[in-house]
Design a protein around this ligand. Structure first.
Ligand code: PLP
Length: 372
């Protein structure tokens, strides 16, 4: 009898979905990980044009169209001063596939992968699917990952460590000094650093820094996507960049699993990356205004909230029963332990929702906090 693979039996459907299902239809949903803005019209138009002109009907190169990869490389140069060769980029089905192929190409059964706890749910699941052993790491009080924690946890069996800044679920942004340290650790310990930068443009305080800029070896691969920056989660377009030998190995997984990223989405992504920056600036300003409101209100309710400096999440410490009380009153928030054991006692609040709804939701949280 065909049984299921041990790897797949080790993962389950994300706890976030369960929360959505438990909430009523008219609930205010602060559980979502996607911006509430439309995809910029120039990106939509570029996809429509490509479809109508018949240029999006066929497979593209496995890595993606050269013009998309050039657009991605150009952004690394303009935004972060990082020199990326378009040949060293693979366009993927979102940041998710980029993470998947990075882990598949580098992790052997029995090897460990280190990542932040609380952290994005895919790190644990994709490590297991690759046959590896997840090693979640505790965070600092401000919910950033201490490079020293990573360095102490590295053993002979460590295949990779994941750095995620700005972070989901915490909104924490790693400093330049931390990123330099992560690069040094990757170099000195000869361990791969997978830098998940899907929120790279959504930063309110300080600046985004990538360890890719500081590494002296090829031990850093960076992952990003159009999903969050351009509000394109449904288009499924991300990428990974790394050295030639690493791209070549990741391409093997991508080629057989995906062939290429969706062609219409590649045209939309190219337009998003090369087009006007106003839609991004507008969205980031809106997120910052909401971040300020959420932070003020939660603090005023007496909750302890490390200041989220980026992405669109806040992660307050909450008393026992708070999440259930808030959900019962019609606002969906995600319990922190959906993101790892050390997330227990926290809640993730996504503020990717309009100001009015957010204000109503915060009123509900205030009532729930009082009731507890
Ligand atoms: C930290 C992080 N990495 C990667 C992803 C995956 O993004 P995508 O929708 O591009 O697959 C997400 C999505 O929520 C995320 O929060």
């Amino acid at each position: 009898m065909t049984e299921f693979s041990e790897r797949v039996e080790q993962v389950s459907i994300s706890g976030i979905r369960e929360v959505f299902e438990a909430a009523g239809d008219d609930a205010i949903n602060l559980g979502l990980g996607q911006p509430d803005f439309p995809t910029p019209s120039h990106a939509r138009d570029a996809a429509c044009e490509a479809i109508n002109e018949g240029v999006a009907d066929a497979y593209t190169s496995n890595k993606g169209t050269l013009s998309l990869r050039e657009a991605i490389a150009h952004r690394y140069d303009v935004d972060w001063g990082i020199d990326v060769d378009p040949e060293h980029v693979i366009a993927t089905a979102g940041g998710s596939e980029a993470l998947h192929i990075a882990l598949e190409a580098h992790v052997d059964p029995g090897e460990t992968v280190l990542f932040p706890d609380p952290g994005f749910v895919s790190y644990d699941a994709l490590t297991r699917i690759a046959g590896g052993t997840p090693t979640p790491l505790a965070l600092r009080d401000d919910l950033t990952l201490d490079p020293a924690t990573v360095e102490e946890a590295i053993t002979e069996d460590t295949a990779a460590f994941v750095v995620n800044s700005p972070a989901n679920p915490t909104g924490a942004v790693q400093s330049e000094a931390d990123m330099r340290e992560f690069a040094r650790i990757a170099d000195e310990h000869d361990v791969l650093c997978i830098s998940d930068e899907v929120y790279e443009h959504i930063v309110f305080d300080g600046e985004h820094h990538s360890p890719l800029k500081y590494a002296e070896t090829d031990n850093v691969v960076a992952i990003s996507a159009c999903s969050k920056t351009y509000s394109m989660t449904g288009w499924r377009l991300g990428w990974v960049t790394g050295s030639n030998r690493r791209i070549e190995r990741m391409l093997r997984v991508h080629q057989y699993g995906q062939a290429c990223a969706s062609a219409p989405s590649q045209y939309a992504a190219e337009a998003a990356l090369t087009g006007p920056r106003e839609p991004v600036d507008k969205m980031v300003s809106a997120f910052e205004e909401r971040r300020d409101l959420v932070l003020d209100e939660l603090t005023d309710m007496g909750l302890e909230v490390p200041t989220p400096e980026g992405a669109f999440y806040a992660m307050p410490k909450v008393p026992d029963g708070w999440v259930d009380e808030v959900i019962d009153r019609g606002v969906v928030v995600v319990p922190g332990d959906a993101f790892g054991e050390r997330g227990a006692g926290y809640a993730r609040i996504s503020y990717a929702t309009g100001m009015e709804e957010l204000e109503d939701a915060l009123d509900v949280m205030r009532e729930a906090t009082r009731a507890i």
